[in-house]
Design a protein around this ligand. Structure first.
Ligand SMILES: [Zn+2]
Ligand SMILES: [Zn+2]
Length: 232
């Protein structure tokens, strides 16, 4: 069998445990497998514990399911990867956290933090055409970020957002991830991250995210060549 050279992981998925999604865990995993993904990371809003029931599904299916959390912070939404329930103790649950504290705490526990969708679209009054992309400059001053989410599934129809965020990440020397931000199974895999090493454990994921050797991708679009995280 040919050695696999790419590992496609959707790093930003919500399920019914986020409260605002109706996606059943089984349907999410089925969608991920049918789309040919090599893994997914469940990132429920405000609570790491919320996705604990996925552990059983992971055991049952053998499909690589990782669990992170998406926290609200004073610098926008922040995804945390690679921390364990017992260590994290559901820290930051349902509050607006200080972004730098989130990053430092994740780092101290062997994890990483990645700002999610750090931009917004500003409609200009009377202007016809593409809305202006406004970067969340608050994240530029944060220390010890691993990457920023450059491709978010909700923006996958507007590739110029990825280009702008890709340049932003590069200017900060950060990696570039992709995740669907799916709230329904059909959206799983709309955006994902392509790694060059197998990602089978949370430790693999953290190590890979710190390596910068990966890139974000939107489903069905050509390789996003300007966005390689690897420094030139
Ligand atoms: Zn978000
Ligand atoms: Zn989200």
């Amino acid at each position: 069998m040919r050695k696999k050279r790419e590992f496609r992981i959707d790093l930003h998925v919500h399920s019914v445990f986020s409260g605002e999604s109706l996606a059943r865990p089984e349907d999410i995993v089925e969608a991920a497998i049918s789309k040919g993904l090599d893994g997914i990371c469940i990132t429920e809003h405000g609570s790491l514990y919320a996705s604990a029931p996925f552990e059983e599904l992971k055991r049952k299916t053998g499909f690589p399911i990782f669990r992170g959390v998406e926290l609200a912070t004073d610098a926008g939404h922040m995804l945390v990867y690679g921390v364990r329930d017992s260590d994290w103790d559901d820290w930051g649950k349902d509050i607006v956290c200080n972004a730098q504290e989130v990053i430092l705490r994740a780092r101290a526990l062997g994890g990483v933090a990645v700002p999610a969708h750090p931009c917004r679209l500003a409609e200009r009054r009377g202007y016809v055409g593409e809305p202006k992309i406004v970067l969340d400059e608050r994240i530029a001053s944060l220390r010890y970020l691993a990457a920023i989410e450059v491709c978010n599934g909700k923006h996958s129809g507007n590739p110029s957002i990825c280009e702008v965020l890709g340049r932003f990440a590069k200017s900060l020397g950060l990696g570039q991830t992709g995740g669907s931000d799916a709230h329904i199974p059909e959206d799983v895999g709309r955006s994902y991250t392509v790694f060059r090493t197998p990602i089978l454990t949370e430790e693999d994921l953290v190590k890979a995210l710190l390596s910068l050797s990966y890139y974000p991708q939107n489903e069905g679009l050509p390789h996003f060549s300007t966005s390689d995280s690897r420094p030139a």
